[in-house]
Design a protein around this ligand. Structure first.
Ligand SMILES: Nc1ncnc2c1ncn2[C@@H]1O[C@H](COP(=O)(O)OP(=O)(O)OP(=O)(O)O)[C@@H](O)[C@H]1O
Length: 303
C-alpha cells in the first residue's frame, strides 16, 4: 500500500522554486530518509504533507487522503516531530504529553510514553527548562502518542547525544515492528544510513535520486572508496588517481586521497599509480558511505 504519494509537486515562493515537480511514493512499513542540503525544500514538502502549505502545482496524498482537501484526516493518522520544537511556557513534560493524548483523543498513560523516551524522572519539570536533547525526546514522545500509522520526523536527532540517537533508533525500530511507516528528514547522514530502507536526495527542490542505499552505491559504479596515502599529496598524485579507469571522483582529505570508483578500478589502482611514479605509503578500500554518495550525486554539496 502506498502511504505518501506526491505527483508533480511544485511550490513557488515568489522567485524561489522550493519544490520542482517532485514525484515520490513511500510504501507502508518503509523507513524513508529524506536528505538534502539547507534550503533544498525538505520542510516545504513536510508542510504540504501536513496540509499547512498549499502546493503551487501537483498533488500529494497520505493514505489516499488529499493533503489539501482532507488535512484533518491526514493529521489524524500522522505523528509529527517538527523541526526545532519549542515547548509551551509553564507546562511540564507530562502536561505536554497529556495535551497530545487529548488532541488525539486516545487513552494512554503519559508516564509510559515519557518512559519510552527516557524522560520519566523529568516528567514533572517545566519543559522549557529541558535541555535541547530533552526537548527533542519530548517532541518524539508527543509524536508517538496514539500509535500513528505514519511518523513524520523533521531532523529528529538534532540536539541528541550519541546515546539519545541510539535510543531513538531503537524506538523507530519498535515503531516499524508494529507496522508504522516512517518519513525521516535529516542532514545527519549516518543516522539516515543506520535506519532507512530507502532514501531520496533533494537538491534545489528537485528529487535527484530515490533508491535503497545499496542501489545508490550501484548507481555510482559499485560505490567503492579508495583511500590512498601517497608520500606527497600534490596535483600530480591527484591527477594520477583521476586518470585511473573507473575512478569517478578524487579529493584530498587529511593527507590522503579519497577516490570513489567502480569495483574493477581498485584492482588496477596500485599498478597504475606505480606506473605514474607515485609512491604509495598506505592504501585501503572502504564501502562508499551515504555521505560520499551524497557528494557524488549533488556534485559537491554537503548534506
Ligand atoms: N514561507 C516562505 N517564504 C519564502 N520562501 C520560503 C518560505 N519557506 C521556505 N522558503 C524558501 O524555500 C526554499 C526551501 O526551504 P525549506 O525550508 O523547505 O528547505 P529545507 O530543505 O527544509 O532546509 P533546511 O534543511 O535548512 O531546514 C528555501 O530557499 C527557502 O528560503
Amino acid at each position: 500500500m502506498t502511504v505518501i504519494s506526491a505527483t508533480n509537486l511544485s511550490k513557488r515562493y515568489d522567485d524561489v522554486l522550493a519544490l520542482d515537480r517532485v514525484d515520490l511514493n513511500v510504501e507502508a512499513g518503509e523507513t524513508f530518509g529524506f536528505l538534502g542540503p539547507n534550503g533544498a525544500g525538505k520542510s516545504t514538502f513536510i508542510d504540504i504533507l501536513l496540509g499547512f502549505v498549499a502546493p503551487s502545482d501537483g498533488t500529494m496524498s497520505v493514505f489516499g487522503h488529499d493533503c489539501q482537501d482532507d488535512g484533518v484526516a491526514v493529521r489524524e493518522r500522522v505523528g509529527v516531530l517538527p523541526e526545532g520544537y519549542a515547548p509551551f511556557d509553564g507546562l511540564s513534560g507530562r502536561q505536554h504529553v497529556e495535551y497530545a493524548i487529548r488532541s488525539k483523543d486516545v487513552d494512554e498513560n503519559p508516564v509510559d510514553v515519557l518512559s519510552r523516551v527516557g524522560l520519566r524522572d523529568d516528567a514533572a519539570r517545566p519543559a522549557t527548562d529541558y535541555s535541547k536533547g530533552m526537548r527533542q525526546r519530548l517532541a518524539l514522545a508527543m509524536a508517538l502518542v496514539g500509535e500513528p500509522d505514519l511518523l513524520v520526523l523533521d531532523e529528529p536527532t538534532t540536539g541528541l547525544d550519541p546515546n539519545g540517537a541510539a535510543e531513538m533508533r531503537t524506538i523507530l525500530r519498535e515503531e516499524t515492528d508494529r507496522g508504522a511507516t516512517i518519513f525521516f528528514s535529516s542532514h545527519v547522514l549516518e543516522q539516515v544510513e543506520a535506519v532507512c530502507d530507502r532514501v531520496g536526495i533533494l537538491q534545489n527542490g528537485r528529487l535527484i535520486a530515490t533508491d535503497t542505499i545499496s542501489g545508490l552505491r550501484d548507481a555510482i559504479g559499485g560505490g567503492t572508496k579508495l583511500v590512498i596515502t601517497p608520500a606527497a599529496v600534490d596535483d600530480d598524485a591527484l591527477d594520477a588517481v583521476r586518470r585511473i579507469d573507473g575512478v569517478e571522483t578524487a579529493v584530498e582529505r587529511d593527507g590522503a586521497i579519497e577516490a570513489t570508483c567502480t569495483n574493477d578500478a581498485k584492482m588496477d589502482a596500485l599498478v597504475e599509480l606505480h606506473d605514474a611514479g607515485v609512491e604509495v605509503v598506505n592504501f585501503r578500500t572502504e564501502e562508499a558511505s551515504l555521505e560520499d554518495m551524497f557528494v557524488e550525486f549533488t556534485g559537491g554539496a554537503r548534506a
